[in-house]
Design a protein around this ligand. Structure first.
Ligand code: DP6
Length: 392
């Protein structure tokens, strides 16, 4: 049996991908730019195994058996990797051998936290190792699983170039700067209580392309200008500039979601309260220290610098009181030092809107991180003798 286990990170876009020009190949109508989050707090893990004795492909997602063959996007990634392996020659095992694949997210899939990006990136990266395929074309393959997945194949700041070719070969993700270029970049993810059923990103962006009058202007005019400015802000580590571009792009993406007919409503009242809080906080400290961005759901991702985390978190706790605020389960991830008012420029006297109790489910504190990694056999999700899921 041949077996490989890898982990892959989540990425959060600062300039959003929204709209495809080719649904089949997953080719976008604009470039997008993201930051990869550390795998210490959030990651997908995948084990793939191939053996002569397996009589069919089987996939387990978070412990549940799911059909690989019926998942057209996953099959497409597998076929592309097999094509590369055949083209390269020197196969380690016959290409007809069936696969067992187990995949697991260490964060709640239901929280709507970019799980498909990490999942597809991990699937492609792990299969590439199993088949012994080079890394070059991997982002174009992961893109065909889920567009945003291509950006999870690199660490740091990543740009997905929309490309021009019809076959999509030039629609690839390339690194802009590695994680150690700006290690102080941290993130607070505010997970919001919300039970509504939302339109998936795939369906939502399809409907936006068909019905929004604004989307073409965004893709043609706003995104190219913003991308140049954001690359520049990243290169010069200009947080204030990065923050403004990020917030404006998030707002514009949601404006387009609302300009879609029927509209796609992803943010809720709590999301809007977070937006209000961030602007109030930045005004109070006289500097743009926090930047929000929202994807296809109500959760906020707040970018900030490491030195500002403890003060910002104290202000969040003030504005969004929670019964669980003191529990270790409430603020997950990197431990936060208690607020040191004298060092952080926020004097604690500013007035913020005090929201209702318990609007947030929990907070994850994480930071910029590296791309996918191969991990030791001891971390396998499949047992090394039979290739069946290990109960945990
Ligand atoms: C709002 O990558 O999930 O998160 O390509 O159809 O699988 P598909 O869509 P997906 O869309 C992500 C949209 C977004 C913005 C972003 O991550 O850039």
């Amino acid at each position: 049996m041949f077996i490989e286990t890898c982990i892959a990170p989540v990425n959060i876009a600062l300039i959003k991908y929204w709209g495809k020009r080719d649904e089949e190949l997953i080719l976008p109508i604009n470039d997008s730019l993201s930051m990869t989050l550390s795998t210490d707090e959030m990651c997908a893990k995948t084990t793939t195994a191939a053996a002569a004795s397996f009589n069919r492909h089987i996939m387990w997602l978070n412990g549940e058996e799911v059909s690989l063959e019926e998942n057209a996007r996953a099959m497409c990634c597998l076929n592309e990797l097999q094509r590369l392996a055949i083209a390269k020659g020197q196969l380690k095992f016959p290409i007809e051998w069936k696969l067992h694949i187990a995949s697991h997210n260490n964060f709640p899939t239901a929280a709507g936290l970019a799980s498909s990006a990490a999942g597809y990136a991990c699937l492609v990266y792990t299969l590439a190792h199993l088949y012994g395929v080079e890394d070059e074309e991997l982002t174009a393959i992961a893109r065909q699983g889920s567009g945003s997945a291509c950006r999870s194949l690199h660490g740091g700041f990543v740009r997905w170039h929309m490309g021009k070719l019809k076959n999509g070969r030039d629609s690839i993700a390339l690194p802009i700067a590695p994680e150690h270029h700006w290690p102080e970049m941290h993130v607070l993810i505010l997970v919001v209580n919300d039970g509504r059923k939302k339109t998936s990103s795939t369906k939502g962006m399809q409907r936006s392309v068909q019905t929004s009058d604004l989307i073409a202007y965004r893709a043609k005019q706003c995104v190219p200008e913003r991308t140049v400015a954001l690359v520049d802000a990243i290169e010069s580590r200009d947080f204030q500039k990065l923050a403004e571009i990020t917030m404006r792009d998030s707002n514009q993406f949601h404006a387009i979601a609302l300009d879609t007919y029927p509209p796609c409503v992803y943010m809720n009242d709590v999301s809007h309260a977070i937006v209000e809080f961030v602007h109030a906080y930045n005004a109070a400290v006289g500097e743009t220290k926090l930047a929000y961005t929202f994807d296809g759901g109500p959760n906020a991702c707040i970018y900030l610098l490491e030195k500002d985390v403890s003060a910002a978190l104290a202000a969040i706790q003030l504005s969004f009181p929670n019964d669980a605020a003191q529990s270790v389960e409430y603020v997950k991830g990197i431990p936060v030092e208690r607020e040191r008012k004298e060092n952080n420029g926020f004097n604690g006297n500013a007035t913020f809107p005090i929201n209702e109790q318990n609007l947030l489910k929990y907070i994850i504190h994480t930071r910029i991180g590296k791309g996918p990694q191969r991990v030791d056999k001891a971390e396998s999700l499949l047992d090394l003798t039979h290739g069946l899921p290990i109960e945990n």
